[in-house]
Design a protein around this ligand. Sequence first.
Ligand code: MAN
Length: 432
Amino acid sequence: MHCPILIAVVIWSSCVDSQKIRGISLSYKRFYRERKSFLCIDGSKLIPFDQVNDDYCDCADGSDEPGTAACPDGRFYCTNLGYRPHYIPSSRVNDAICDCCDASDEYNSHTACQNTCRNLGQRERAEVKSQMRALDQGLRLKQQLIEEGVLTWRDKQAQLRDLQRVLDDLQTQLDDLRKEDARRKKEVDALRELEIGALETEENSHRSHIMNESPVSIFYELDSNRDGRLSAKEVRAKLTDIQDGERVLSEDEAVIRGRVPGRLVKGEPVLKAAVSAAEKAAAELKKVEDAYETVYMEIRDLREKLATDYGPEREFLFLYNQCFQLKVHEYFYELCPFNQVTQTSASGAEVSLGKWGSWAGSPQHRYSQMKYENGEPCWQGPTRNTVVTLTCGTETALRSVKEPGKCQYVAEFQTPVACRPALRQQGVHSEL
Ligand code: MAN
């Protein structure tokens, strides 16, 4: 029965106190209970209570003058009912500038300060409300992206298994084709050996035939117009024939001896067919070797991508293979998450601002920052690096890029997957 009355008395008395002792918060009220004397909060001095807020600084910590500008390091508490309370340096009390939205800092300056706390509070509450809506929407989108991430992950795993099967199959083909290639090459080599032997035999018999012929038959062979005389022209014609014959023969021989691929001895269909079959086998082997190389690289890249840390729920996986651009002044920036950051100038020159390094947030929020390292070296400076801070938003976009230190870049990347339910309790303020 007495309870409501008691509460009213307590509230009334605290209001009286806090109005009487200007510039203190409710939590500090206990130090300023009206007694005969006041103990400086740092315990250094005991002074009569009527010296509190008497515009003369008695305590070294400034605690006796919370509501005046008397102490150099004092601070004044703006209660700002309806908005957010905060401290201002007590030097700003009665300086003719309205600092507290409840006008409490200008109680004796004749400056007409308006109490704007209610409006500010309303505006802030509306803003927080819309931020909360955005946070809720962000969290819903995040959930969708996590679910999409699960499917993408399964997809990639299946893709990896398929590629591995293709690679195994190519390996089997390669084993067979390598054997076939070696067999075909050996066959051609054997046929060429036989051919060299045959050519040498033919050449020897041709030479011995000429050597064994009688002078009359040689004369008869040279006398092509059958006039019984040998002209220089007739002799030269025959010599040219012989030289040509020898040249062709020695070149063929060279082809065989030097194993020049693709050259055939005339009139040898078996060798020709064997060379063609060997060429076909080599081409087939090359084709399968190239395919093996391509699939092998694909598997390696995919394994590397899948080994990346995409967050506890793989919520960042959807960023895989995506890039985000932003133009800031004369530069065009591009962030390709888990890959690299680049800067392109108006002239079109592209510079690497770092390659994917690691997550770099604080131990509690590891996934709130990304580090891209070892970019293009800066002239007379370090290599370019970029720290990307992830903030919660309903869209995924690169929001800002700055260069606070030479060749050291910082970027803000907004995405729903950076939204955390805890932001609701924290008031999301700086995050959204
Ligand atoms: C380029 C850009 C700048 C950087 C300078 C350093 O102009 O990459 O961001 O500061 O080089 O020389």
